[in-house]
Structures are given as structure tokens and as C-alpha cells.
Design a protein around this ligand. Structure first.
Ligand code: XIL
Length: 651
């Protein structure tokens, strides 16, 4: 593999490779540089990612007349060749194939770091005169002597033409062997490969000089829902610095732990539980029973058909449930203290409030009773939760309350209610969330916030390429308000878990990018982070103030409307070229019209950008603009203003 590191003969036109070598040096320097962040200045967060260049770990150009570590998968011949080349004069020839799977392989296990996402590419050319075919780039892994194969990329190749195969590979668990290989779909013709590259983008470093969530939030432990790939690099650094508890994101769901009957897998969960143990964190086990991510065999009857609601099938299903819980919880007894035993069982649109999952249709409420009974038997010290989303919505909240009350009265060992709290920047209100907490209080159970995230979107039709500033501000306010509420109920709330760590990793990223968490895509603390950790937010002690002054006046007011006038003064010694003044309306006021500035409003946050002709704000100079707005019950003046992100004094 060593040969693949070096470039003994960098050919003239190998600019891509040459740049990569330079990049290695640049990246090393960038990694060594201090982050430059300051403890209390959110605006000063470094954009470290901009300086990061990809690091290459494999670059096989076959210019040195060797195979550079590539070898045959079995029986065929793999040799350096100068017959054709994609770049330079050398390539790797694969001849004597009798099976489509035969092709060149490179062992890369020693070169890869767990949790790192690698870009893999290679050029392939089918021999002249052969039929075209699909060519594939794949990874082969051996774990406990078992091989598994993952196609990373494929492409249609025509004889005699070079085609590039590209893909992505992230190793997340230790393996005895990891190899990359190239094969064909149908033909067994000779082929050539050239210019194989494996590279990765190093993580930007995390801010080490900011407060830790775990120190700043004292009412309850703060946790994160994670995947095994989040335990490494800067993600792992963020976890270790800020969080006191981890929830297994997908790793303990039924499809991960018992994909086929009787075959249990704990690789992913082990990685998370081991990390938590090493860092002194608690673990929430998620989840033993759910209607999603449950393999179909669970609901297949003794004849191999989908189960119908018969006594026999109910017995078989509850038996499988018992075996599953005994095995999975038994594996982690004493190490996982809290379990989401059942997840999302409520459907408030049903007259009895129960979701019509296969579990319910075959076993009625007995699946819930069995799950809690068995869980309690396996680990009597574990705290057992019923977990659901939208538990603030009155109908759902009440259905869940009724179910928990009934089961508790029967003696079912339920110890806590989990509120997922997948919310957004304007929903739900603090009042409704408070009622949610109050509703369950009489049961005397623990309550936990189990999967919180605050989407920047307020409707399904929205999509932003990058999160607008005003949404991030509204998000910070939502996080702050909710954490303040949780603090008031800290005697009942025994943990608050966020569903992910950085915006990149959120499950809400799908057809549109979301940004629902406390750390951004560059691993830096967002405004929402400061809103949670800094009691003085948005006027933190370290936040620069005094470079601007704002005078806000209501110059006319009538039923339902008012006219505002704002004067902003640049009190710094430097002129400002282009200004943006932002404030938050605290009582639902809405701007309807503006002049001498471009006004826009998103949720409660108003942004006033300079007009084309008044963007210059001289040192000591002022600009004034006006607006019309609506109001209803009250019309308090905004408390704080920021000019280009910096807080202003108010006059
Ligand atoms: C999500 C995971 O985060 C995703 O990776 C997966 O594709 C789907 O499930 N409620 C739950 C969690 O209880 O298990 C879900 O997790 C999010 C909604």
C-alpha cells in the first residue's frame, strides 16, 4: 500500500495529483492553526472549513511500472502496462478473466480512519473490440471472517473508452480487511484501470474555548442522538466536550439488532455504548418496539405469510418480542440505564387513540404490556420510557396520558414519558409545551425531552439553499425559550436530548437542507447555542456593543396599526459600507410597508437593509428610515438591535 502513497515519477500533466500533494501540506498547516474563536463572541466564529483542502490517501497512477499494491481478486492476471493509459503512459492491465467478479483489488484498511467519509475514484477502460458493459467500483469488508460487499459506484463503459467510476465510503466499524475493487457486470473481457484516488476532506476543528453545554446547562443532562460515524473526528470532539448522554440513533432499532430471526448484531450499538462509557456519559437505548425499521419477518406467521390477528399469531409475536428484548437489553444490562421501550404507539385520530401498527393489530395493548414487563425483568434498575412525537398537540397528549394512566393503574412498569420535540422556529408555543409538561406531572413519572430539533422551516413548501439569518435568530429564540421552560420543570425533566449534533447530520436533511441543531456544518456553535448557554444572550458580556446606537420611535399609532421611525448611528471610528439592522418584535407586530430601507420580516425578526442610495454610513453618521406595521394587543418597542450582526445601544 506504501507504493500508493508515493509519487516517484510525477508526470508532467498530473496537475490534479500534484495539487493533492501540495494540499497535504496546506491541510497539515490548516489543522495546526488555532481556531481563533473567542469564548463569548458568536459573530467571531471562524470559518475554518474554508481553509481545508482534501487529503489524499491513495493515488495509483501506475507510472512506475509496478501494480502499486493492486492485486488480482482470484485467478486473473493484474500487471502494469503501457499499452494504454488514462494519464501519462502507464496503467494497470487486467487479463485472463473468466468471471465478472475478477478484477484488481487494493487493500486499504490500514489507510482509512473510522468515521471518515472518503471520496473514491478510478478510471476504467474495456479492451478494444469487446462489448460494452457496466463496470463497478466496490468495497469488500471482512468482519469476524464474514465478507460483505458494497457497490460504491458504477458506470457504463464502451470498449476502448475511459470512464470514471466514483463513490463514497465511510468505514464505521473495525474490520479485518477492507479492499477496493473493480469488476464488470456481464462481460469477462480484459480491462485497464488508471488514476485511482482515495481522498477525504478533513473536519474543521471544533471551538475549544467556548463554554460546554454540559457545564452551562445545569438543570438536567444534555444528550445527543448519534450514529457510529459521529464518534470520530470533530464530531467526536463535540460529543466529548458538550454532551452528558448519548441516545443510540438507529443502532438499537430492530432492523439493526435482529435483521433476521435469531441473528443479533451489536456492532453499531457497541461503538456508541463504548464511546459513552469511555467519556463518562449515560446512554438512552432507543428503541425496543416501533412500527418502523422492523424487519418483515417479525410479522410473518409460521407458514411464511403475513400475520393475521389470530391467537396463535399473537402468541408467536409476543414470543418474538420477549426474545428480542431479553437478548438486546440483556446485552447492555447495567450499561444502558434508560430505554425507549415503545415508540410512537399513539394515533390520536383513532377513537381509542392507538396506532394501528401490526403490533397493535395482532396483539392489542398486550404488546406494550409484554414489552414493559419483560424489560423490567431483564434489568430492574433500568428506567423504562414510552416515547412519542407531537406530545404537545392536545388530542395526542391526552391520548398518551390516558394510555399511560391506564397501564400504570394496571401495574405496568412505565417510569417515564419521552417527548421527542421535533419542533420548528415558530411551533409550538411555550404555553402549549408547558401544558404538555403539566399534563403528565400528576402521574409522578420522569419526563425527558428525547429527540429535540428546531427546524428552520415553518411549512412544507419552503426551501432555503442556506439558512436565512432571521430564521437562525428565531431558532435561537425558540431554543432559548424551550430550555428556559425545561429549567422551570427541572425537578421532573431528567434529561434533554437533541437529535444529532451538527446540522449536516440531521435526519431532517432530505430534499431540502435543514439546520435544526446547535452546531453548524462547519462544527461551529450557532446563535442557538449561545441562546442556550449564555444567560445574557443576545447581549452576552463578550459580545461587542457600542459601535452603533439606535433610536426607535412610534410616531403614530391607531387601532391595529402604527408608524415607526428608526435612526441608526454609526458610533465607531470606521465608516460602514452597506448596513443591515435587525430587531425582534415581541408581541406579534408585523411590518407591512417601509421606506428609505428594504424591510423584510420572518416570524418575529425584522431585517432592514439599506436602500441602494444610503448604504454608506460614515463614522459618526446616521441614517433614518420608516415603516408601517400592524399590532394587536400591545406594541412594546424592541429591546435589542443589531447592526451587521453587532449589538447596538438604544437611545
Ligand atoms: C430517524 C433516524 O434519525 C433516521 O436516520 C432514520 O432514517 C429514520 O429514523 N422519531 C424517532 C427516531 O423515534 O427513531 C427517528 O430517527 C426520528 C423520528
Amino acid at each position: 500500500m506504501h507504493a500508493t502513497h508515493a509519487f516517484p515519477r510525477l508526470a508532467r500533466r498530473r496537475s490534479a495529483l500534484w495539487l493533492t500533494v501540495c494540499a497535504l501540506v496546506v491541510a497539515a498547516v490548516a489543522l495546526a492553526a488555532p481556531s481563533g474563536a473567542t469564548a463569548t463572541t458568536p459573530a467571531a466564529a471562524p470559518t475554518a472549513a474554508a481553509a481545508q483542502e482534501p487529503v489524499t490517501v491513495v493515488a495509483s497512477d501506475f507510472e512506475d511500472g509496478t501494480t502499486q499494491g493492486w492485486s488480482a481478486r482470484g485467478g486473473e492476471t493484474v500487471a502494469a502496462s503501457t499499452e494504454v493509459a488514462h494519464g501519462g503512459t502507464g496503467s494497470l492491465a487486467v487479463t485472463g478473466r473468466t468471471g465478472t467478479w475478477q478484477g484488481p483489488a487494493l487493500s486499504v484498511g490500514d489507510l482509512l480512519t473510522l468515521g471518515t467519509s472518503y471520496d473514491v475514484s478510478v478510471w476504467v477502460r474495456l479492451a478494444d473490440g469487446t462489448a460494452g458493459d457496466t463496470v463497478r467500483l466496490s468495497a469488500e469488508r471482512h468482519v469476524d471472517g464474514q465478507a460483505s460487499y458494497h457497490t460504491l459506484g458504477s458506470a457504463q463503459a464502451t470498449a476502448g473508452g475511459w470512464v470514471e467510476l466514483t463513490g463514497e465510503y465511510t468505514p464505521t466499524a473495525a474490520a479485518e480487511y477492507v479492499g477496493l475493487y473493480v469488476e464488470t457486470a456481464s462481460v469477462t473481457a480484459d480491462f485497464f484501470v488508471d488514476d485511482a484516488l482515495v481522498s477525504y476532506q478533513p473536519d474543521p476543528p471544533i471551538q475549544t474555548d467556548i463554554p460546554s453545554l454540559r457545564d452551562a446547562v445545569t438543570g438536567f443532562p444534555v444528550g445527543a442522538g448519534v450514529e457510529p460515524s459521529h464518534l470520530y473526528g470533530s464530531r467526536g470532539d463535540l460529543l466529548a466536550k458538550h454532551y452528558e448522554s448519548l441516545t443510540t440513533g438507529n443502532a438499537l432499532k430492530w432492523d439493526a439488532t435482529q435483521p433476521t430471526e435469531g441473528t443479533f448484531r451489536f456492532t453499531d450499538a457497541d461503538a456508541i455504548v463504548d464511546f459513552a462509557t469511555e467519556h463518562g456519559m449515560a446512554v438512552r437505548g432507543h428503541t425496543l418496539v416501533w412500527h418502523n425499521q422492523t424487519p418483515s419477518w417479525v410479522f410473518t406467521d409460521a407458514n411464511g405469510d403475513p400475520m393475521t390477528p389470530t391467537a396463535e399469531n399473537k402468541a408467536l409475536l409476543l414470543d418474538r418480542l420477549e426474545t428480542h428484548i431479553r437478548t438486546v437489553m440483556g446485552e447492555y444490562a447495567g450499561r444502558v440505564e434508560v430505554w425507549d421501550v415503545v415508540n410512537e404507539v399513539i394515533d390520536e385520530s383513532q377513537s381509542d387513540g392507538m396506532r394501528r401498527s401490526p403490533w397493535f393489530q395482532i396483539a392489542g395493548l398486550d404488546y406494550i404490556r409484554t414489552a414493559f414487563r419483560v424489560a423490567h425483568e431483564v434489568d430492574p434498575d433500568a428506567r423504562l420510557f414510552i416515547n412519542d412525537y407531537n406530545t404537545n398537540v392536545p388530542a395526542k397528549r391526552d391520548a398518551l396520558f390516558d394510555l399511560v394512566s391506564q397501564l400504570r393503574a394496571e401495574g405496568v412498569p412505565i417510569h417515564g414519558v419521552g417527548h421527542q420535540m421535533h419542533v420548528n422556529v415558530e411551533w409550538p408555543s411555550v404555553a402549549e409545551t408547558e401544558t404538555m409538561l403539566q399534563t403528565f406531572a400528576p402521574l409522578g413519572l420522569e419526563q425527558q425531552i428525547t429527540e429535540m430539533d428546531v427546524s428552520i422551516y415553518t411549512s412544507s413548501g419552503e426551501s432555503f439553499p442556506t439558512p436565512p439569518e432571521e430564521r437562525l435568530r428565531a431558532q435561537a429564540e425558540q431554543y432559548r425559550a424551550m430550555f428556559q421552560l425545561f429549567d422551570r420543570y427541572a425537578d421532573q425533566i431528567t434529561s434533554v436530548t437533541l437529535w444529532g449534533v451538527t446540522d449536516t447530520d440531521s435526519w431532517l436533511n432530505g430534499s431540502r437542507a435543514d439546520a435544526p441543531l446547535l452546531f453548524d456544518r462547519e462544527f461551529q456553535a450557532k446563535e442557538a447555542f449561545w441562546a442556550v448557554v449564555d444567560p445574557d444572550w443576545p447581549n452576552g458580556p463578550g459580545e461587542p456593543t457600542g459601535d452603533c446606537a439606535v433610536r426607535y420611535q412610534v410616531v403614530g399609532s391607531w387601532s391595529g396599526g402604527f408608524e415607526g421611525r428608526v435612526t441608526v448611528t454609526n458610533t465607531s471610528a470606521e465608516p460602514v459600507d452597506g448596513w443591515s439592522l435587525r430587531w425582534t418584535f415581541g408581541a406579534g407586530q408585523r411590518v407591512t410597508q417601509g421606506w428609505n430601507a428594504e424591510l423584510s420580516q420572518s416570524v418575529d425578526v425584522v431585517t432592514a437593509e439599506n436602500a441602494s442610495w444610503n448604504g454608506q454610513l460614515a463614522a459618526g453618521g446616521s441614517r433614518a428610515f420608516g415603516f408601517l406595521a400592524s399590532w394587536t394587543d400591545a406594541n412594546p418597542a424592541p429591546e435589542t438591535f443589531t447592526l451587521n450582526g453587532v449589538s447596538c445601544t438604544t437611545a
